[in-house]
Write a protein that binds this ligand. Structure first.
Ligand SMILES: [Zn+2]
Length: 363
């Protein structure tokens, strides 16, 4: 099943490809007799929502299981990086992040049925199409389902060889600085020019001052561009900026600082776009209680389970920020997400699926 999912390449920006992946996944859920809904999108892949109810009578509450269909790899990556199994691992684009998570959820549902468990809550499995590019079309849907839920379980990759869960994630933002100057000949009339590259360099130095690593704030210029040829005073330059924050309160502070930037050189113009996009996933009492539950369940199986904080964001950031207890990193154990070395450890897949079963059955 994982091989079939991986062999269907699904880069976020290619609607047809992500839709094909969504159809394969939907088909697996349909086989299991769940209530299925495809949420159509005009420019991104369609989202897939599967609802399962295994209890008697009526449900009391809901658990949301979250994951995504898309990957960061462009079409054709499979040719260089084919799906393969070897040395106890399954390799390939999207194995770890996070097609193995979708496989685990399907087998978890099978296992719940096989042992005849009758959980009290309704389960909603939501597979979105644009997580890797900021969840622009899925955020509202994710938040709506989360508000109806008592807990959110996110099947994003776990951390490290030990498969630690992610109980805190930094908030993430991206911004753009766009500088406009005035072109001039660098030798004949430089005094008539306004150097956009110089202006940008001064702004980047200001960005550096916004960093406060002890408070969990990082602001990094990650991509810069500017100028045309070497003897012309450049009239344009731009920078992309990556923002990470550990606390929700800092989102507003950083956004305000970014948008308060003003040009330094006379005649330069500066435009600032963007800001914090994903709020942080903070380790609230609700999050730590869920983690405790997970750790107890694994202990019953004689397996250790740890937790970790990460600077990377996921859709769990959205659900945690609206106050719904969220447990993230429940997906596969592996390594190399977003790189040619991406893989999962095969023998860990049933252990992780068992953990998911335990959570679904007891929350
Ligand atoms: Zn992911």
């Amino acid at each position: 099943m994982l091989g079939r999912f991986v062999q269907c390449e699904s880069p976020s920006h290619d609607k047809a490809a992500v839709d094909a992946m969504g159809r394969i996944v939907a088909e697996e859920w349909r086989k299991r007799g769940v209530k299925l809904r495809i949420v159509p999108q005009a420019n991104r892949g369609n989202h897939v929502r599967a609802e399962a109810w295994l209890g008697d009578g009526s449900a009391s509450g809901q658990i949301l299981v979250l994951g995504h269909l898309d990957t960061v790899y462009p079409l054709g990556t499979l040719a260089k990086m084919p799906f393969r199994v070897g040395g106890g691992r399954a390799w390939g684009p999207g194995t770890f992040d996070m097609k193995a998570g979708i496989v685990m959820a399907l087998f978890a549902l099978d296992a719940l049925r096989a042992v005849g468990l009758r959980p009290r809550k309704r389960f909603v499995f939501l597979w979105t199409s644009d997580e890797e590019i900021g969840s622009g079309t899925s955020r509202r849907l994710i938040e709506t389902e989360a508000r109806r839920s008592d807990a959110v379980l996110v099947l994003e990759p776990s951390l490290g060889r030990e498969g630690r869960l992610k109980t805190s994630r930094k908030g993430v933002g991206s911004a753009e600085l766009i500088v406009t100057g005035r072109a001039a000949h660098a030798g004949i009339n430089p005094q008539d020019g306004v150097n956009a590259v110089h202006e940008l360099a001064l702004q980047v130095a200001r960005l550096m001052k916004m960093n406060d690593p002890r408070r969990g704030i990082t602001v990094q210029a990650t991509v810069i561009a500017g100028g045309t040829v070497s003897n012309v005073v450049p009239d344009s330059a731009r920078a992309e900026v990556d923002i990470r924050i550990a606390r929700l309160a800092d989102a507003r502070v950083i956004d305000r600082k970014l948008h308060a930037l003003r040009p330094i050189l006379k005649g330069a113009k500066l435009e600032v776009r963007g800001g914090v996009n994903r709020p942080p996933l903070e380790r609230t009492p609700g999050v730590s209680a869920l983690f405790q539950r997970a750790q107890d369940l694994m202990r019953e199986c004689g397996l250790p389970l740890g937790e970790a904080a990460t600077g990377g964001g996921s859709d769990g950031n959205f659900t945690a920020a609206i106050g719904v207890p969220t447990l993230d990193g429940l997906g596969a154990v592996g390594d190399g997400a977003h790189t040619p070395q991406e893989h999962v450890l095969i023998r860990k897949l049933p252990e992780r699926a068992a953990l998911l079963v335990g959570l679904l059955a007891t929350i």
